[in-house]
Design a protein around this ligand. Structure first.
Ligand SMILES: Cc1cc2nc3c(=O)[nH]c(=O)nc-3n(C[C@H](O)[C@H](O)[C@H](O)COP(=O)(O)OP(=O)(O)OC[C@H]3O[C@@H](n4cnc5c(N)ncnc54)[C@H](O)[C@@H]3O)c2cc1C
Length: 386
């Protein structure tokens, strides 16, 4: 009899499911990745497109998350330079900025330290005239600003690259195939899809992002963590207004938001609004669009006419936990194994490789053997969304 490898179904082809499928394929598992639509077309292509530690998470002392994210940032910059590149971020300070210069300086010192030798360049303080020369900002009340470095990615192309890498390394990719039902059959699972087929797997990885608890509930399965679904909207402007990215502070609610060069355009975002409806067909609301335009207009010399907003997009963050203020919820992920089901809760795009390794450890653990993964080599895709 020919010995076969364990069969693993990964449900959800966003960055997290795609990353897990790739890692498992490189460890020799027989993997099938299911997505109800096109892999990467949901949350994972509606991001701010930053591969970053997340300076703002230091304010809430999420130091471990920032350290891990900075390590992953360094790895992606080295291994996927076709899609991930350094981006200079300017953080201007005004008379009415909600955070003091010393607070931001402390955060940036820590940010550089946590990046260690992997830091792109050390942060700097710039006088007001230099800040105003680098970006078309209003100069009344401008007191200078910091510059620091992070990285930017084409998020959709990243997922397509990971999916292509997983396929090349042996995973089967089933797009436009929704998993409708999960049924236990002895030690195995029967996975039933909307295409009318049902197949047998030794283990399931549920990486359905904002839909993951919905999938569990529909199949009468318990979830270890509550997810908060928090929508984030972005504006895409008709033109590129600056080659430097900007991290700006809303003076009304202390939130921060980005204004970033994105190809020939500019991205403005994001918002944080609790999503009560299903994440299907999510879009930025009129209030979110107005909110972002108003915040933008506080800072730029030229006000933003509505006609300069070429398009908008939104995604739903699956965040672990609950809080009255969505900004307060951490961005770290949890990977929980319950018998032969592994559930993925939360996670940033930046940390998808770390998340995938954790999923694989849980899977190895179930089958009782630690497998060594083949070296990850990206099959680069330049597939992009507008
Ligand atoms: C506004 C916003 C900005 C962000 N900015 C950043 C950023 O700049 N940097 C960063 O690192 N992170 C960022 N994030 C976080 C990051 O984008 C997400 O955490 C990450 O994309 C989640 O990926 P995922 O694979 O878990 O979910 P998704 O990308 O949503 O993937 C889940 C997939 O599951 C599929 N699916 C669902 N149900 C089923 C089913 N029954 N059968 C088959 N398939 C199913 C869906 O079609 C979907 O493709 C941002 C998130 C948001 C919302």
């Amino acid at each position: 009899m020919i010995a076969t490898e364990p069969r693993v179904a990964v449900i959800g082809g966003g960055i997290n499911g795609a990353g897990a499928a790739w890692e498992l394929a490189r460890r020799g598992y027989e993997v099938v990745l299911f997505d109800k639509g096109i892999c990467g077309a949901q949350t994972s292509s509606a991001t701010t497109k930053m591969i970053h530690g997340g300076l703002r998470y230091l304010e809430r002392m999420h130091v471990a998350l920032v350290r891990e994210s900075l390590r992953e940032r360094a790895w992606l910059l080295e291994h996927l330079p076709q899609l991930v590149h350094p981006l200079e971020i300017l953080l201007p300070l005004y008379d009415d900025s909600p955070r003091r210069r010393t607070t931001i300086a402390t955060g940036l010192v820590l940010y550089d330290r946590l990046a260690g030798r992997a830091k792109i360049a050390a942060h700097q303080f710039l006088p007001a005239a230099t800040v105003a020369a680098r970006a078309p900002l209003r100069s009344d009340g401008l007191r200078g600003g910091f510059v620091y470095w992070d990285a930017q990615v084409d998020d959709f192309a990243l997922v397509r690259s990971v999916v292509a890498s997983a396929a090349r390394d042996g995973a089967t990719i089933r797009e436009e195939t929704r998993v409708d039902a999960l049924r236990r059959d002895g030690d195995a699972w029967i996975v039933q899809t909307n295409r009318g087929d049902a197949s047998r797997f030794d283990l399931i990885v549920n990486a359905a992002g904002p839909w993951m608890n919905e999938l569990l509930r529909a199949n009468g399965l318990a979830a270890r963590y509550v997810l908060s679904l928090v929508r984030g909207g972005h504006l895409v402007l008709t033109r590129r207004i600056s080659d430097t990215g900007l991290l700006l502070q809303s003076t009304t609610d202390r939130r921060v938001f980005f204004v970033l060069p994105w190809k020939e355009t500019t991205l403005v975002g994001t918002t944080e609004v609790v999503q009560r409806e299903s994440p299907d067909g999510v879009h930025a609301s009129e209030e979110e669009i107005e909110y972002l335009i108003a915040r933008y207009n506080r800072y730029f010399r030229e006000p933003l006419p509505r006609a300069d907003v070429a398009s908008t997009f939104a995604g739903v963050r699956p965040l672990v936990g609950r809080a009255a203020n969505p900004s307060a919820i951490g961005r770290d992920f949890r990977v929980v194994r319950d018998g032969n089901m592994v559930n993925v809760f939360g996670g940033k795009m930046t940390t998808f490789m770390a998340l995938a390794r954790k999923v694989a450890l849980r899977v190895d653990n179930y089958f009782g053997r630690t497998r060594v993964a083949r070296e990850p080599v990206f099959a680069v895709s330049l597939e992009s969304r507008a």
